[in-house]
Design a protein around this ligand. Sequence first.
Ligand SMILES: Nc1ncnc2c1ncn2[C@@H]1O[C@H](COP(=O)(O)OP(=O)(O)OP(=O)(O)O)[C@@H](O)[C@H]1O
Length: 236
Amino acid sequence: MTAILSTSGLGKRFDGLRANHDIDFALAPGEIHALIGPNGAGKTTFVSMLIGRLAPSEGTIRFDGRDVTRMPAHRRVALGMAYTFQITSVFGRLSCAENVALAARGRDADVQRALERVGLAERAAEIAGDLSYGHQRLLEIAMGLAQRPRLLILDEPTQGLAESEVAAFKQLIRALVPDTTILLIEHNMSVVMELADRITVLNFGEVLAQGTPAQIHDNPAVQAAYLGTGGQDAED
Ligand SMILES: Nc1ncnc2c1ncn2[C@@H]1O[C@H](COP(=O)(O)OP(=O)(O)OP(=O)(O)O)[C@@H](O)[C@H]1O
């Protein structure tokens, strides 16, 4: 397998704290890979390094065969990485189509196609701020898709969604692969277990386990890690 994205010995220190340590990670093209871990495990730190928001203290990141460790975020986007934020980032006073057009940088065909893929084509002219929270999250994904990413990184995409919206989200993600590779940072375990081909578990900034949903589900170290922090994440 030639990974679309990989890290080797990746680490980040904040003063004395090792937020990430010696992370070896590989994402296969076309897979849905979930990144999970208890609160404070280092998921956001890891993804921030992948997308170029945070400089690693050590290690390397490769994307599509290139070393991107020191590459600025906008150049990674140009290479095909897209990231959607944990907190909704749409422009509330613009229409849905205008929001997606900003991300598509003038490619009108991509705007329409992205809105269609997330099921918002009929709301193209609606003001984004008037949409329900769930629809705003979908709009955000459309903004990511309009960049024609090869890798889409989704940060807590189902947070705040209603049950029916979560079901629609799962369908949407399944329809995106294998053209787009998905890295999913997600607390909702049923979403992770249903969608992911493989899962990486972080704990105290290190890789605790990697495997299929069944392997992760049955892994005693993973169970202990979640129970150690109250267990609520594992039960979601
Ligand atoms: N800018 C920073 N300065 C200092 N410490 C930080 C900084 N960012 C994160 N940390 C620390 O690094 C550790 C990992 O945090 P991180 O946010 O990456 O975890 P997480 O797995 O994303 O958590 P959550 O699930 O709660 O979002 C935590 O102990 C956190 O307090």
